[in-house]
Write a protein that binds this ligand. Structure first.
Ligand code: QAP
Ligand code: CO
Length: 167
C-alpha cells in the first residue's frame, strides 16, 4: 500500500479525459487500494484516479461516518439522473475551497466492481453528489468549473498564493 500525491487545481492534468479500464488486473487492484488509502488518510469521502495522475476510469468513495463502507467503481456511467439538489462541495484537489453546486438529486450508476461484476447503484443525497463529482473528474472536470468565472478566478489566485506560502 502507498499514499499517492494528489494533483492540485489548476493543474492542467486535471482536465484530461480518462480511458476505460480494459482489464481488472493486479495493477488496477493495487491502484484502487492505494487510492483508498490516500482518500482515508487525507481524509476525504471520494477520489478519482485522475486526481492521482492516472487517467483511467476508476473512483473510490466512502461517505460513511465509520469509514468502513468503501465503494470502488470501475468504468462508472450514470444511466438515469433525476431532479435537482444543491450541495456545498469541496475537493482534495482544491484544498480549503467549498462552494455550492447544483446536480441531479437521484442517479442510477452502472459500473464494474473489483471482481469485474456488473453492478448498479440507485442513490440520492450526498452519495449521489459524490458519484457525480467523481465522474466529473474522469471527464476532466473539477467542481470549480460549475462556478462563475469570477469565482474561478478568485479560487485560482487564492490557491496560487497558498502555493507560494507553502513552497
Ligand atoms: C468530493 O471531496 C465531494 O478542501 C470529495 O482541505 C465533496 O473528499 C463530494 C477535503 C463534498 C460531495 C460533497 C477537502 C479535505 C476533502 C478540503 C473530498 C480539505 C481537506 C474533499
Ligand atoms: Co474532487
Amino acid at each position: 500500500m502507498a499514499l499517492l500525491p494528489i494533483l492540485r487545481y489548476p493543474d492542467p492534468r486535471l482536465t484530461k479525459i480518462a480511458a476505460p479500464v480494459e482489464n481488472i488486473d493486479d495493477d488496477i487492484r493495487r491502484l484502487a487500494a492505494d487510492m483508498a488509502e490516500t482518500m482515508y488518510e487525507a481524509p476525504g469521502i471520494g477520489l478519482a484516479a485522475t486526481q492521482v495522475n492516472v487517467h483511467k476510469r476508476l473512483i473510490v468513495i466512502d461517505i460513511s461516518e465509520t469509514r468502513d463502507e468503501l465503494l470502488t467503481l470501475i468504468n462508472p456511467t450514470i444511466v438515469v439522473a433525476d431532479g435537482h439538489q444543491v450541495y456545498e462541495e469541496g475537493c482534495l484537489s482544491v484544498p480549503g475551497i467549498y462552494d455550492k453546486v447544483e446536480r441531479a438529486a437521484t442517479v442510477t450508476v452502472r459500473y464494474l466492481d473489483l471482481d469485474g461484476q456488473e453492478c448498479s447503484l440507485d442513490t440520492d443525497g450526498l452519495l449521489a453528489v459524490c458519484v457525480q463529482h467523481e465522474i466529473d473528474h474522469l471527464n476532466g472536470k473539477v467542481f470549480v468549473d460549475h462556478l462563475s468565472r469570477l469565482k474561478q478566478e478568485r479560487i485560482r489566485s487564492k490557491l496560487a498564493k497558498q502555493a507560494r506560502i507553502t513552497a
